[in-house]
Design a protein around this ligand. Structure first.
Ligand SMILES: Cc1cc2nc3c(=O)[nH]c(=O)nc-3n(C[C@H](O)[C@H](O)[C@H](O)COP(=O)(O)OP(=O)(O)OC[C@H]3O[C@@H](n4cnc5c(N)ncnc54)[C@H](O)[C@@H]3O)c2cc1C
Length: 410
């Protein structure tokens, strides 16, 4: 049976980022992913763009992949948050946050390719793809995994199993872990459009009666659209002609960016919250969507997952430096303690935003408009919100400080 120190199941953005971080350490690492490398239609990548926080940009700097991503990343210098038809609004500005940008809008595909390029040059790293993890069994000193790799059934053993296998995590299911779940009864329809009068670096989050609408700036005056709607609207939105869709979008968003045109193909995702209370178990840790699947309203899902990656890589670097077992209980406990608060707070804030802004009841509407105005008038509240969403709150692991992971920077 082949032996590894760390096996990661799931080569989405979070699992691949962890593999990329661990290539800096003296560990035997394997990644199991059910789709082939560089496949054109990987689930979760498609037309999606990811609003990376400044913290995530630093982590990618620490991973050494930011130079590949930077040419296609559009800096966000200002975020306008408003409610359609009402007075409350707030702005988050990079100057107040004293930062070069509040975040960066990046095609998910570009992130995936940058990580692939880096991993292809990592000698100790082994990619098993397309391969499906079928089962795992936990023992005191190892986890044994059974996978289907091409035509062959294969067994391997690892000291630590990292589940980065997404919102429907099979590892989580086999462990029988309790999950807090909420169906928002909303879908996100995504596309990109060209704006006649783009505002360079300005992002918009507009709360409407059926859910939030986000417009994120991309290079060349294009905008990524994340339109949250009720499932009853989804089929119609997908079926509209381009001209009808643009007319609907323009009514919902307004004319701040002038005439919108040239929509790319539309795709829809059902939205839900899934939150695991305990992300660490004997020799197993859950990260990314496997641990917390969030509503995309605040663009926090991947950013939160990348912070899991940075903290876990930090804990494993410490273990490697002391020659300790990467799956030892104290290593996993210190990781869990570090991440718990950020995971819960980010999930709670995102969930509150997603639920609060669809309640049409007048007192709630007034309260949330006052809330938005309050945040706008109180600079410290605005700055605190900005720092949290920028991923700069709390103790930062090495990668989030832009430092490489090699043990000399411990
Ligand atoms: C519309 C929308 C917009 C979003 N916008 C943002 C944003 O702006 N900013 C942000 O931070 N986040 C955003 N997110 C969230 C973000 O996309 C996700 O949080 C992130 O992609 C999750 O990555 P992951 O690697 O954890 O999971 P996934 O992408 O789900 O990857 C899991 C991987 O595991 C593999 N897998 C599963 N089971 C097995 C198995 N048994 N064997 C082998 N492989 C397996 C799958 O093939 C898959 O590749 C958005 C989400 C949506 C829906």
């Amino acid at each position: 049976m082949t032996q590894f120190d760390v096996v990661i199941v799931g080569g989405g953005l979070v699992g691949s980022s962890l593999a990329c971080a661990l290539r800096q350490l003296p560990l035997r690492v394997a990644l199991i992913e059910s789709t082939p490398a560089r496949a054109p239609n990987l689930p979760g990548l498609d037309e999606r763009v990811i609003a990376l926080s400044l913290g995530s940009r630093r982590i990618f700097g620490g991973l050494g992949v930011w130079p590949t991503i930077a040419p296609v990343a559009e800096p966000i210098v200002r975020v306008h948050v408003s409610e359609r038809g009402h007075c409350g609004f707030t702005r988050l500005d990079r100057h107040e946050a004293d930062a070069e940008a509040l975040g960066y809008v990046t095609p998910a595909r570009a992130l995936e390719l940058a990580l692939q390029d880096a991993l292809e040059q990592a000698p100790q790293f082994q990619a098993l793809r397309p391969a499906q993890l079928l089962d795992h069994r936990v023992f005191a000193d190892r986890v044994e995994c059974t996978l289907q790799h091409g035509d062959t059934r294969q067994q391997l053993s690892t000291r630590l199993l990292v589940a980065a296998d997404g919102g429907d995590s099979g590892v989580r299911e086999r462990l029988g872990l309790a999950v807090t779940e909420h169906e928002y009864n909303q879908d996100a329809v995504i596309t990109t459009v060209q704006a006649a009068h783009p505002r360079v670096g300005h992002a918009f989050e507009r709360f409407t009666d059926s859910g939030p609408l986000a417009m994120l700036p991309m290079p060349g005056g294009r905008y990524s659209v994340v339109w949250t709607c009720q499932p009853s609207e989804t089929t119609a939105l997908l079926a509209l002609s381009d001209a009808e869709f643009i007319a609907r979008l323009q009514t919902r968003f307004g004319w701040r960016l002038g005439q919108l045109r040239e929509p790319s193909p539309r795709q829809a995702y059902p939205l839900r919250l899934k939150l695991v209370r305990e992300t660490v178990h004997q020799r197993v840790v859950l990260i990314g969507n496997a641990a917390h699947t969030l509503h995309p309203v605040a663009g926090q899902g991947f950013n939160l997952g990348l912070r899991d990656v940075a903290a876990l890589a930090d804990a494993l670097a410490d273990a490697a430096q002391h020659g300790s077992d990467p799956g030892a209980p104290n290593t996993l406990a210190s990781y869990a303690q570090w991440r718990g608060r950020d995971q819960l707070t980010t999930a709670y804030l995102t969930d509150t935003l997603a639920r609060l802004f669809v309640v049409p009841w007048r007192p709630v509407r007034i309260a949330r408009n006052l809330g938005l105005l309050g945040v706008d008038f109180i600079p410290t509240a605005r700055q605190r919100l900005a720092r949290r969403f920028m991923g700069l709150d709390g103790a930062l692991p090495r990668l989030a400080r832009g430092l490489p992971l090699d043990v000399h920077h411990a």
